[in-house]
Ligand binder design. Structure first.
Ligand code: KG4
Length: 337
């Protein structure tokens, strides 16, 4: 069974081909156009998707060495994401399904991030998590703890009530004058800094939910106050600011994850989403795994970011379960799992 996946929820246009759960190709075209604005501009994103989608799909088929007639179904991201961007992928997938007379399968982007852990690669040992497992999903738009009972049965047991962890990285990076997206820059600079030099506020949110907006405001005011005394405060303390900020975000993420593991009794732990590339977070997860006897599974870097391989693998499991979508499907900007 060959599934083509299409992902266009934010600023990456991606197409992937998967045969019986094994990846044949995964092409991602990232959009550079947003860099000068310090964030994704929705209208520019949808225009860039429109330009990229056909060449990206074409390349994915060429790299996989397959013809259109061999594809069994097309899976696409229906949401959540930017409406204009989603519309491009959704319309393309519908047209492709009609023209090729193959089924259409809608995929929830968040479910895709979780199922990225199930992508098989030729010559690489397949080591997926065992059910039930917990997935810490941390990206530019989401911070959630998901209890995964099987491929298609997932429950969000904790989530952010305001900003996502990636947003906290990016917004704080922006006020320090770092380029967008700031997360990777904070990660790089934090390696040279002291994580205990500055203390930032931590939220007091009940249960397993997260909040990052208080930290963001605290960070902003902290810089503003210090810049009044010393206009070079940021440049002179950049590494320590990044290290302390990153340390705080990781502590917030880990405190609820540990609590979730304790409360559910699940010690099979995974991570997904762009922020899972963070080296400090990976180290902290590994340390906690040793301490709490977690079986920790961290997916390959390229599958943690937005990509169509995760959409195709989710499409594969939905195909097996005969979950198909009609031509009347419209994208949705916000959705739960
Ligand atoms: O999952 P993703 O590619 O897509 C969106 O949800 O948009 O995640 C992107 C997010 C951005 O906020 C980016 O700053 C963050 O992931 N990110 C990182 C790192 N790499 C990417 N944050 C911290 N450290 C990193 N190394």
């Amino acid at each position: 069974m060959i599934i083509m996946g299409i992902e266009s929820s934010c600023d990456d246009t991606s197409a992937a081909i998967i045969r019986d759960g094994e990846i044949l190709s995964n092409v991602v075209a990232s959009q550079k156009v947003h860099e000068e604005y310090g964030g994704v501009v929705p209208e520019l994103a949808s225009r860039a998707h429109q330009q990229n989608i056909i060449p990206v799909v074409d390349l994915a088929m060429k790299r996989a060495g397959i013809e259109r007639e061999e594809i069994s179904a097309v899976a696409f991201t229906r949401g959540p994401g930017l409406l204009g961007s989603l519309l491009v992928g959704t319309s393309f997938a519908k047209g492709f399904s009609l023209a090729s007379k193959i089924p259409l399968i809608e995929v929830n982007h968040l479910q895709g991030h979780v199922l990225a852990l199930f992508i098989k690669e030729n010559g690489v040992e397949f080591n997926p998590p065992k059910f039930p497992f917990l997935c810490l999903l941390v990206s530019g738009g989401n911070s959630q703890i998901i209890l995964v009972r099987n491929h298609l049965d997932m429950e969000v047991i904790g989530q952010t009530i305001d900003d996502a962890a990636g947003e906290a990285f990016d917004k704080c990076a922006k006020v320090m004058g770092l380029p967008y997206p700031g997360g990777p820059h904070v990660d790089r600079l934090a390696k040279e800094g002291d994580p205990h030099r500055f203390e930032f506020s931590r939220p007091r949110i009940p249960g397993l939910d997260y909040s990052f907006s208080g930290l963001k405001t605290n960070f902003l005011y902290f810089l503003r106050d210090n810049l009044k005394e010393n206009e070079n405060f940021v440049e002179e303390n950049l590494a320590d600011l990044c290290a302390s900020l990153q340390h705080t975000i990781i502590e917030i993420l880990l405190s609820k994850l540990k609590r979730a593991a304790r409360e559910t009794g699940v010690n099979e732990i995974t991570v997904a989403g762009g922020v899972s590339a963070n080296s400090g977070l990976r180290k902290a997860l590994q340390n906690n795994a040793k301490k709490h006897r977690w079986n920790l599974i961290i997916p390959k870097f390229e599958y943690t970011m937005d990509n169509a391989a995760m959409i195709a693998i989710t499409g594969y499991y939905k195909y097996l379960n005969k979950e198909f979508t009609g031509q009347d499907a419209v994208p949705f900007a916000r959705t739960q799992l």
